[in-house]
Design a protein around this ligand. Structure first.
Ligand code: SF4
Length: 239
């Protein structure tokens, strides 16, 4: 009988399958671009965010001072390709005001991570996933972002909570990862592990573990997976 999959087993398999691919925030990206991207990507695809970021860059508005000086209508127009552009421009404005109230983005990102997350969550338009992305990829502090891809992958592997509650998934992943890290003397610092793990999950779900018709034949996890169509034991019982 096979032993249970650990989160570090899944991490190692994802790394073998996807390490060669690039991801927009890994290795590290410019902190301001990460913050803007984390807000613009809400409810849309990254390709749309890239178009908005390109327009901001072309308008020399992809830095804190320049964006703060933009009239709201102009900011709305520049971020239009990311969808819900009025709301997103308003969210960016709220974020810029938060940074300004701390003496600028660098000072805000230097705030201790638990307090930084609280400041972000208290800002209009910033939820848990956006806050954790900013803490992890812009402030480069330990935080693990959870998203629909995380829930899809682990549910298919027969792992994780049954609910779709963000906090439950995050506690489950962090609790198990930290325990496994200590048990195996995993060499990566927690922040780098969390940053890379989230990136690998996103890449896996985009390239192989897609919502409809996942490409299980190309997946290293197929003999441990419960999804119908994979080769895992649960798949036969369910399929
Ligand atoms: S075997 Fe298929 S469903 Fe399971 S993790 Fe891999 S791609 Fe996803």
């Amino acid at each position: 009988m096979s032993t249970a999959l650990s989160l570090l087993d899944v991490y190692a398999a994802l790394d073998r399958m996807h390490a060669r691919r690039g991801w927009h925030w890994w290795p590290d990206a410019d902190p301001f671009e990460v913050c803007v991207g984390a807000i613009l990507v809400q409810n849309t695809m990254w390709t749309n965010v890239e178009r908005a970021l390109d327009r901001l860059r072309e308008a020399n508005a992809l830095d804190e001072a320049a964006m703060s000086a933009l009239p709201q209508a102009e900011l709305e127009e520049l971020v239009r390709p990311s969808g819900q552009y009025r709301q997103k421009a308003k969210k960016l404005r709220a974020f810029l005001l938060l940074a300004e109230s701390h003496g600028g983005l660098a000072h805000l990102l230097a705030v201790e991570p638990v307090a930084l997350r609280e400041h972000l969550l208290a800002t209009w338009g910033i939820g848990c996933e956006t806050a954790d992305c900013i803490v992890c990829y812009a402030a480069r502090q330990p935080a693990l972002a959870i998203d629909a891809y995380t829930m899809r992958l682990f549910s298919r592997l027969g792992m994780g909570p049954r609910s779709a509650a963000y906090d439950e998934w995050q506690s489950w992943m962090l609790g198990n990862l930290d325990r496994e890290r200590l048990q195996t003397a995993h060499p990566e610092p927690p922040r780098d592990l969390y940053a890379r793990y989230h990136a690998l999950i996103v890449m896996h779900c985009k390239h192989l573990c897609q919502k409809r018709a996942p490409l299980c034949g190309d997946c290293e996890l197929r003999d441990r997976c419960s999804y119908p169509g994979s080769e895992g034991p649960g798949a036969q019982a369910r399929g």
